[in-house]
Ligand binder design. Structure first.
Ligand SMILES: NC(=O)c1ccc[n+]([C@@H]2O[C@H](COP(=O)([O-])OP(=O)(O)OC[C@H]3O[C@@H](n4cnc5c(N)ncnc54)[C@H](OP(=O)(O)O)[C@@H]3O)[C@@H](O)[C@H]2O)c1
Length: 252
């Protein structure tokens, strides 16, 4: 199997991918060894390695960070991703070999009011983070062999809140499940956008299963505390994803 390049290996998702041990031939350069904002470095890295797959998990992934520093959100999320995509296109052209690209995107590209969002429906982000992830998606769509995974995840072992809202709904998925699905999607031939998540659930109902001490609050309590727009219902229609899993399971 050709090498898999993972960006963002020191982040929450990147660490879980590495620790899962599922991914063989994994290259996990630090952000100094491969700064996605440095177009030359990215181009050279792709020239010097025989990469067949990219899992692009590096980003400015914090909502507050993107709200307070929009230029940084553009630099890392839009320009950084575009640098990778441009280098993939050149490398594919020179080597004649395809590189499969998995973009870790976000449910934040959806409006977050009504829920049940489908991959082909409108994308109307309400935050700088959402816009910058949508900008990244635009570049990735210029590739031939890509999958954009729109998701939201949580770590069962580390829920860093003391309160969670019982009236904010998402399709969040645990980190360990997401890692497994990233692996399945990487090896599949699915091309396009995929909502990857679990059933619609409130933040409180989800988190209370893993952190007994968590207290219930309301969305309005959170709105007062943060500088970004908080969704009411950003749950996704995951039927395409479920259909893909059924197809993959039937093959094995
Ligand atoms: N957390 C969520 O619930 C969630 C939901 C949906 C989608 N996502 C997406 O999932 C991905 C992973 O999220 P996460 O929570 O694991 O993020 P994270 O913990 O904040 O990690 C971000 C990663 O990006 C790397 N990075 C930042 N700037 C870079 C640069 N210029 N060059 C190379 N690497 C750079 C960081 O490296 P350093 O440590 O060296 O800075 C770090 O490894 C992101 O694309 C995020 O948008 C996250």
């Amino acid at each position: 199997m050709r090498q898999i390049l993972l960006t963002g290996g020191t982040g929450n998702l990147g660490r879980a991918i590495i620790q899962s041990g599922k991914f063989k031939n994994l290259l996990t350069p630090s952000s100094t060894e491969l700064d996605i904002c440095d177009q030359n470095q990215v181009r050279l890295y792709l020239e010097q390695n025989d990469i067949g797959y990219i899992i692009h998990a590096a980003a400015l992934a914090r909502l507050t960070g993107c709200e307070n520093a929009p230029a940084e959100a553009i630099r890392k999320n839009i320009i950084g991703t575009s640098n990778l995509v441009s280098s993939v296109l050149s490398r594919e052209c020179r080597s004649g070999k395809s590189i499969r690209f998995l973009q870790i995107s976000s449910d934040g590209v959806y409006e977050g009011t009504e829920g049940g969002y489908t991959e082909d429906g409108p994308t109307i982000p309400k935050t700088n983070y959402g816009w910058s992830k949508l900008g990244a998606e635009c570049a990735v769509r210029l590739l031939d062999n890509y999958c954009i995974i729109r998701t939201r995840f949580f770590d069962k072992k580390n829920i860093p809140f003391e309160t969670s809202a019982s009236d904010i709904y998402t399709s969040k998925i645990s980190l360990d499940e997401l890692v497994l699905h990233v692996y399945q999607i990487l090896l599949s031939d699915y091309i396009g956008v995929l909502n990857v998540g679990g059933n619609k659930i409130s933040d409180f109902d989800c988190h209370k299963n893993y952190k007994l001490s968590i207290k219930e609050c309301l969305r309005l309590d959170i709105v007062k505390e943060v500088p970004f727009e908080v969704p009411k219902d950003i749950s996704m229609d995951t039927s395409k994803f479920i259909q893909l899993l059924d197809t993959l399971n039937a093959k094995h």
